[in-house]
Design a protein around this ligand. Structure first.
Ligand SMILES: *[C@@H]1O[C@H](CO)[C@@H](O)[C@H](O)[C@H]1NC(C)=O
Ligand SMILES: *[C@@H]1O[C@H](CO)[C@@H](O)[C@H](O)[C@H]1NC(C)=O
Length: 336
């Protein structure tokens, strides 16, 4: 009895594998379901847009062509050895990169300038809205009472794997935090196996050396080449930290290279309800392509008062429009 049950379940498994394509990474087409813990991704140009309403157990979506998202239009920001916080991705799902910090440029066509850290919103430089591709914005902190005005756009559903307690843990997640270290089980397993081999070698020096799976590490860095910073990916050098643009450009300046110094642009005037954004420098360059601008600091926006003394009532004095000087709604307590 037991063997026949085993036989049936083995057949069932083989049949299910035929249906679900157990081996290999799935390329999903327009209109197909994605996420759902399926090892695969929507084909290039499509985004796994989360289903409504969201699922409880695992993220699920539909491969959709989203207007103004084309990941082949640009190169992803280079991967740095370490970020100051968790890597993020963007609503177009194009790149995972170090998050942009408060005051840094974000958004742009297909989010090519990147997405903000998870507690910030990529807001228009002028106005009270969050950006959608191809608009360019600035990463800003938003007080709670404006969180339903400045809404973070939805993030795509992604499938991936992480090493968890010594095994590859693979699942789907809807998030703009790039929470996966590997795209496929195989990619994860390869690195895990390489690590195990390493330990095995250390413990048993007399054993013949097992063939090591090849794992090539590349990292981004810059070097000075005749008054230029040449930046790109090269083989990892574990004992030294890579040099990035800022340090490379300083080196150029120090060694008196003719055009390493960028033209000075005076900071624009900026009222008290606003702040000056960071100029944006493209990877591999020294001088900004997007200058610093004065933009609203929504943290200066107070909510409408819920209480006024002496039976007063809150009255709208200034209607906020997201322009420096009139960033927020301003109320005053008045007694009729
Ligand atoms: C996306 O961009 C690439 C490169 O610019 C272009 O060749 C391609 O046609 C674009 N795709 C769409 C759907 O616009
Ligand atoms: C800097 O100088 C080099 C060669 O002298 C030139 O090719 C390059 O365009 C210059 N860059 C800028 C930003 O002026």
């Amino acid at each position: 009895m037991i063997p026949s049950i085993l036989l049936i379940s083995a057949r069932m498994l083989a049949f299910m594998c035929l249906l679900m394509s157990c081996s290999g990474y799935l390329i999903l087409h327009e209109g197909e379901k994605c996420g759902e813990n399926k090892e695969g991704a929507c084909e290039s140009g499509l985004i796994c847009v989360p289903s409504e309403p969201p699922m409880d157990f695992y993220a699920e979506g539909i491969c959709t062509r989203v207007p103004n998202c084309n990941c082949s239009e640009f190169q992803c920001p280079p991967r740095r050895r370490s970020c100051y916080s968790r890597m993020v991705t963007d609503p177009c799902g194009c790149c995972s990169h170090c998050p942009k910090r408060k005051g840094q440029v974000c958004g742009g066509p297909s989010w090519k300038y990147g997405n903000c850290d998870s507690d910030l919103v990529c807001a228009l430089t002028v106005g009270i809205e969050s950006v959608t591709s191809p608009q360019t914005g600035v990463c800003k902190a938003v007080p709670n009472h404006l969180k339903n005005v400045l809404v973070r756009p939805p993030c795509p559903v992604q499938y991936g794997c992480n090493v968890h307690v010594g095994t590859c843990d693979c699942y789907s997640d809807q998030s703009c935090e790039a929470s996966f270290s590997y795209n496929t089980y195989d990619a994860c397993d390869k690195v895990l196996t390489a690590d195990r081999m390493y330990f095995y070698e250390e413990k048993q020096p007399d054993e013949p050396e097992p063939p090591k799976p090849e794992y090539v590490c590349n990292e981004y860095g810059c070097e000075v080449q005749s008054c230029k910073c040449v930046c790109g990916y090269r083989k990892c050098v574990y004992f030294s930290t890579p040099m990035y643009e800022a340090d490379c450009c300083n080196l150029l300046k120090e060694s008196g290279c003719p055009n390493a110094t960028c033209p000075e642009i005076p900071a624009p005037p900026c009222p008290a309800d606003s702040f000056i954004s960071e100029p944006h420098i493209e990877p591999g360059q020294c001088c900004p392509v997007i200058p610093a601008v004065c933009t609203c600091n929504f943290q200066t926006c107070d909510p409408k008062p819920t209480y006024c003394p002496n039976r007063g009532l809150p009255k709208l004095i200034v209607k906020g429009n997201g322009h420096p000087g009139t960033c927020c709604d301003r109320y005053e307590c008045v007694n009729e």
